[in-house]
Unconditional design. Sequence first.
Length: 343
Amino acid sequence: MSKKWLPILLILLLALALRLAFLADIPPGLTHDEANHGREAMGILDGIFLFYFPLNYGSEPLYSYTAAAFMRLLGEGIVALRLVNVVFGVLAIWTAWLWSKRAFDKRIALTAAALTAVSFWPLASSREALRAGMLPFFMMAAVWFFWEIVAADFTDFSRYKKAGVVVGFSVSIALTLHIYLAARVAWLLFPLFLVYLFLWHRSAFRRAWRPVLAGLGLGWLLAAPMFLYVRAHPYVLTRLDMLDGPLQALRSGQIVPVLQNASGALLAFVWPGYGDQFLAYNIPGRPVFEAVTAVFFLAGIIISLFRWKRPSYAFVLLWFGVGIVPSLITGATANTTRNLAAL
């Protein structure tokens, strides 16, 4: 084995160990969301196959079907249920390392992988049986394929490799839509970046816009059966009616609720006391970043703003902005799950 692989392998092993240790006991017990995913998975094993599950106020299906497969292999129980996000959490770190190495450099890629391996937010989301925990990997996969399309050497790919990259991009988009509600906003990252390329990097735009739009179109086509099912059975999705209060207020001319939610959601990243108050997902009030990593986070935002004309930096700014839109609307509560597309 080449020594160049050793650092990332050690990071991935550390990430796996931290996510596997005492998995059945920490966090203690099952939250209502975890228990419902367990019920859905066991129902699948009993032959109940749905496009969309009515539990959890409406639940996209991919997590529960994957959990059912794990239970088939390992037996029904909390370990099999939670192991899904352990696997996809570690895979997300690996995929993020691959993309960061291509978009930035090896040092940044290893630093990002190491921080993701040990930081509280990604670690906690990988130890809970919540469908949002699968989102970072599939979002990261979509980003990786997208970057292959945008890259300067895409035109040198063979016809089959180009087709494979576009199909990989579209399948990744479709799978995110089968995981969690926030993905219905997250996909906008890609057309927004096309707009950026059109304005500032016209040659990259001309190279990328057709395959990107083709991939997005195919991705939505693959997700269409689920959305048609939801349209025919609206009772399975009550979550939107529970979360759109601020938007309803905005439509009636009341901007204050949205501004309050947005400010709280932003402070939840760095300011103690403003973090997610929901005990099931977070230590109540704990911000996403503690003091030291908050400084690095803010420094990264500032550096990216100064370097916004470089595509990689503009992309991460757009990614963060689009990824946190759900919590900007709904506030800091449960932002640890709603923001996972930005992880």
